[in-house]
Write a protein that binds this ligand. Structure first.
Ligand code: DQA
Length: 149
């Protein structure tokens, strides 16, 4: 069975409470349930990991080598600042999809650049929590036919 690692960055543990007009009312626990159900439906195993610390996110990506087949990552604010996360994704070479709840291209100027996205095979932004399900569907297919994407 293929395995996906789902990584969420800083402040995403506060989903549901945090700026609900932007990020919605679903909690992080709701998101984990949604992701686990989607993986089950696609016959995939998954592990969900959340941290507010850049180094912990880098450690988790490094440890994924040889253990996971795909990564879904929302690096949150580190998207726009972290070359360390970009480098870690490149170092492990595991196909990764970047997800953002909001459309980062239509928000403040400082959210327009995504470093992590440069190491990802796909970006899904602005679809709310459903974006994670899209990422899982995409990765399932990508892992079967990587050359056609
Ligand atoms: C986010 C967008 C980021 O700019 C922001 O810092 C987040 C969440 C999103 O999912 O829309 O924390 O990654």
């Amino acid at each position: 069975m293929k395995k996906l690692l789902i990584i969420n960055g800083p402040n995403l543990n506060l989903l549901g409470l945090r700026e609900p007009e932007l990020y919605g009312r679903e909690t992080y626990e709701d998101l984990v349930r949604r992701v686990e159900n989607a993986c089950k439906e696609h016959g995939l195993e998954c592990k969900c990991f959340q941290s507010n610390h850049e180094g912990a996110l880098v450690d988790e990506i490094q440890e994924a080598r040889g253990r996971f087949d795909g990564i879904v990552i929302n690096p949150a604010a580190y998207t726009h600042t972290s070359i360390a996360i970009l480098d870690a994704l490149r170092a492990v070479g595991i196909p990764a999809v970047e997800v953002h709840l909001t459309d980062i291209s239509a928000r403040e100027e400082y959210r327009r650049i995504s470093f992590a996205g440069k190491a990802c095979v796909r970006t899904i932004a602005g679809h709310g929590p459903a974006g994670y399900e899209e990422a899982i569907t995409f990765l399932e297919d990508y892992l079967k036919h990587p050359a056609s994407k």
